[in-house]
Write a protein that binds this ligand. Structure first.
Ligand code: FAD
Length: 466
């Protein structure tokens, strides 16, 4: 594919949004010699760097020390009562975020990309208006990489008192009591963060269990483990109203229960950032909740306009947005048509305990394959024997009975994310269970269980195949 042309374009590529996808696309395109401009209305780095993955993981690290302190006693340590200071954590986190933002800016500049600190909107399919200055830029190609933003669901009474993850990163003090509504990864992660830091946490979710779409065993196991760590999980309910009283809040649930809290946070979903972008003027088609419809090369309904990352709502993860941005630049400016493979993307939930998954859940595998073998184990990690912590790890392999191929790996427990990144390679390669077993165990580790599960714990034949 070749770059489309506009009459006397000012730039070869205009990127709207300086987040994970936009920054990667801009740098790679500039590397191919394109004249590139990127507009960012908030902070370069986007959600992941400024108010997503990175600050979240820093808070996760902070929250896990409390378990380490408690576990240390069984190993002979005597510690003074540890004292946690939220403002120190937030200030240090902000310093690191600013450092990363500066590095992103420097890398863009080094690549020759021009940065415009402003909101940018379409005037027509080839013209972008810089809102801060009113300048109009003619672009041969446009990449929409505007990401997504928190969405609070249907308006309820007191919704103005509710915070999202954006504000949670900036709270002046650690709330003593937190109500979080939501059941997906952001809700579960923040519940774990606040609980680890010492807050009393109630997670309210309208569905039957947290982490919808994950393997049922993972969902059940995590639910139980979160409760063991003191979090209260209320399912089948919603927050119907939030009242403010005496400097605190009261979350009224759909069944009439009232839970008092210092903060009420919603993490019920994120919608693509397409409102007010001028997509109609450009003729770019959108779908459900405003997501931009694209083909496998991230091309929209307008041939020279592309979109990558969360705004397309394919798989909303940073490495996916980066890969899509890179593939777009290779396709349009490197003349190497590159489609991103969205299968077998490893995912982690940085809850306490952690979840790591790659590939198919048991339910999906059983719908797709005639015979599915399940290898599942739960066990007490070695560390828990001396710490005395009441916890178990879950490991589960979903295997195609016909070919022996490992279709899915599911882990709940310490180190799950690190393990699943490596397992992602094996699953992507189409590795079989026999090849897993041929790998020598590394002892003593939790991960050795992955290569020592000898017999299936269940074997399922698809009804239609019987
Ligand atoms: C709390 C949280 C935790 C997360 N944790 C993880 C994780 O652990 N791992 C993971 O892989 N992913 C995680 N994610 C998801 C990840 O952050 C996103 O998938 C990723 O940032 C998407 O990149 P993007 O380029 O599509 O959009 P973004 O990174 O959101 O960038 C879009 C940018 O566009 C800007 N923008 C929007 N409209 C305009 C406009 N009109 N003009 C100019 N600029 C505009 C925005 O300000 C933003 O900076 C997390 C997200 C959240 C919210």
């Amino acid at each position: 594919m070749t770059a489309a042309s506009a009459s006397q374009p000012d730039v070869d590529l205009f990127v709207v949004g300086g987040g994970s996808g936009g920054v990667r696309a801009a740098r790679i395109a500039a590397g191919y010699g394109a004249r590139v401009m990127v507009a960012e209305e908030f902070r370069i780095g986007g959600t992941c760097v400024i108010r997503g993955c990175i600050p979240k993981k820093l808070l996760v690290y902070a929250s896990r020390f409390s378990y380490e302190f408690a576990d240390a006693v069984g190993f002979g340590w005597t510690l003074p009562q540890p004292v946690f200071d939220w403002p120190t954590l937030i200030a240090n986190k902000d310093i690191e975020i600013a450092r990363l933002e500066a590095a992103y800016v420097a890398n863009l500049q080094k690549s020759g990309v021009e940065i415009v600190k402003s909101r940018a909107v379409f005037e027509d399919a080839h013209t972008i208006r810089i809102v801060a200055t009113g300048a109009r830029i003619r672009a041969a190609n446009v990449l929409i990489a505007t990401g997504a933003a928190p969405y609070h669901g249907a308006a309820i009474s007191g919704i103005e008192h509710v915070i999202s993850s954006n504000e949670a990163f900036l709270l002046p003090e650690l709330p003593r009591r937190v109500v979080i509504q939501g059941g997906a990864y952001i809700a579960v992660e923040f519940a774990s963060i606040f609980a680890g830091l010492g807050a009393q946490v109630t997670l309210v979710y309208r569905g039957s269990n947290v982490l919808r779409g994950f393997d049922e065993d993972v969902r059940a196991h995590l639910h139980g483990e979160m409760e063991k760590r003191g979090m209260t999980i209320i399912t089948g309910q919603t927050v119907a109203a939030v009242d403010k009283a005496k400097g605190a809040f009261a979350a009224r649930l759909s069944d009439g229960r009232v839970i008092e809290a210092d903060r009420v946070m919603f993490a019920v979903g994120r919608h693509p950032n397409t409102a007010g972008l001028g997509l109609e003027a450009a003729g770019v088609q959108t779908g459900h909740q405003g997501r931009i419809e694209v083909d496998r090369y991230s091309r929209t309904s307008v041939p020279h306009v592309y979109a990558v990352g969360d705004v397309t709502h394919r798989i909303n993860l940073t490495p996916v947005a980066i890969r899509e941005g890179h593939a777009f630049a290779d396709t349009v400016f490197g003349n190497v048509p590159t489609a991103v493979d969205h299968t077998n993307v490893p995912t982690a939930v940085f809850s306490e305990p952690e979840v790591g998954v790659v590939g198919l859940t048991e339910t999906v595998a059983r719908n797709l394959h005639n015979r599915v073998d399940i290898y599942k184990t739960t066990f007490r990690p070695l560390k828990a024997t001396l710490s005395g912590r009441d916890t178990r790890m879950l490991m589960k392999l979903v295997v195609d009975g016909a070919s022996g191929r490992v279709l899915g790996c599911h882990i709940v427990g310490e180190g799950a994310a690190e393990m699943i990144q490596v397992l992602g390679i094996a699953v992507k390669m189409g590795t079989t269970k026999a090849q897993f077993d041929a790998a020598m165990a590394l002892h003593p580790t939790a991960a050795e269980e992955l290569v020592t599960m000898r017999h299936p714990t269940a074997s399922h034949q698809r009804a239609s195949a019987q």
